[in-house]
Design a protein around this ligand. Structure first.
Ligand code: NAI
Length: 319
């Protein structure tokens, strides 16, 4: 059984992301209080987590050193926010992506938390300066942005408010490491953080290449899944440069002129509408029809691939 000293983590919002966080914190031996305004959401979340953990244990993919039953016993539902946050060391907010709603919840939490707890938002794209403006406990606040599905994709972007105390970021970094996630420090807030900026750069050029008739939508996706993506699961673009020549200096020496020449041909920001959206949609629907069964089946397949990839990455430590 986990040591009670591991501490209490509160999840605010028990939807898709809240459930994943609950499982991750329980895998690290933390007691988890899952809070929601909807009783039914909490009930569904606990049932869903029980099924998931049982499945993960059976398939040998359960994280942490505790068994599924012990991990499950660490998670409880809660409908009273005051009770939930008492004595907590970390609060992870996971309510829908709506600035006014999140600000309302942070203002409420600001009134009832102590000076020790870390207040963290899962937001995908709202900036800390908008979320935490005017809070008395702003030094204890930051964004910890996970990637879906967080149980298999470990990256977490830590984004501070300009007034966040460095100790808040350090503590959250250590906590994320403790539950097996892979935290990165975004040193200054920036729209889209880092992951989505990279993702949008790729989507943008993918769209232009299809729009200009250079490649079909399905072949474009293959370039990533059977090309770039193969090594990006293990090394990033900068290390790729370093390894693709005799080090970074040699790479820049050899390839910078070519890169700049190609980059100058990049077009403007796409509109993501009109004939191109129809063309891309048609290709995607041919592959995965847009009905709940096909979408769910394809997502299950994707998650199984990610689960196996996560296993492989554990067997191939980077250092
Ligand atoms: P969701 O809609 O699945 O879950 C939201 C939950 O919050 C629901 O259970 C709802 O009942 C609850 N809720 C609503 N108002 C509340 C309140 N006042 N107090 C407590 N609980 C309340 O949303 P999801 O997808 O889990 O997203 C949560 C956050 O995580 C969002 O900020 C989203 O941008 C972020 N995120 C989502 C990712 C995704 O792929 N879904 C990936 C990374 C971050």
């Amino acid at each position: 059984m986990a040591s009670p000293a591991a501490g209490v983590v509160v999840i605010v919002g028990s939807g898709l992301i809240g459930r994943s966080w609950a499982m991750l914190f329980a895998s690290g031996g933390f007691r988890v209080k899952l809070y929601d305004i909807e009783q039914q959401q909490v009930t569904n979340a606990l049932e869903n987590i029980r099924k998931e953990m049982t499945f993960l244990e059976q398939s040998g993919s359960l994280k942490g050193s505790l068994g599924a039953q012990d991990q499950l016993s660490l998670i409880s539902g809660c409908l009273n926010i005051q009770e939930a946050v008492e004595g907590a060391l970390h609060i992870q907010e996971c309510v829908p992506e709506n600035l006014e709603l999140k600000k309302k919840i942070f203002a409420q939490l600001d009134q009832i938390i102590d000076d020790q707890v870390v207040l963290s938002s899962s937001t995908s794209c709202l900036l800390p300066s908008q979320l935490f403006a005017g809070l008395a406990h702003v030094q204890q606040c930051l964004v910890a942005h996970p990637v879906n599905p967080p149980y298999y994709v470990p990256l977490v972007e830590l984004v501070p408010h300009p007034e966040t105390a460095p100790a808040t970021v350090d503590r959250t970094h250590a906590l994320m490491r403790k539950i097996g996630q892979s935290p990165v420090r975004v040193l200054k807030e920036m729209d889209g953080f880092v992951l989505n900026r990279l993702q949008y750069a790729v989507i943008s050029e993918a769209w232009r290449l299809v729009e200009e008739g250079i490649v079909s939508p399905s072949d474009l996706d293959l370039v990533m899944s059977d090309g770039l993506g193969m090594r990006y699961a293990f090394i990033g673009p900068l290390e790729t440069m370093h390894l693709n020549a005799e080090g970074m200096l040699s790479y820049c020496d050899r390839y910078s002129e070519g890169m700049k020449r190609v980059l100058k041909t990049f077009g403007p920001i796409p509109e993501f509408s009109g004939a191109t959206v129809e063309k891309v949609n048609q290709a995607m629907c041919l592959k995965v029809p847009v009905d709940p069964e096909h979408l769910a089946a394809r997502r299950r397949w994707r998650d199984e691939c990610l689960q196996r990839l996560a296993k492989l990455k554990r067997q191939m430590p980077s250092q």
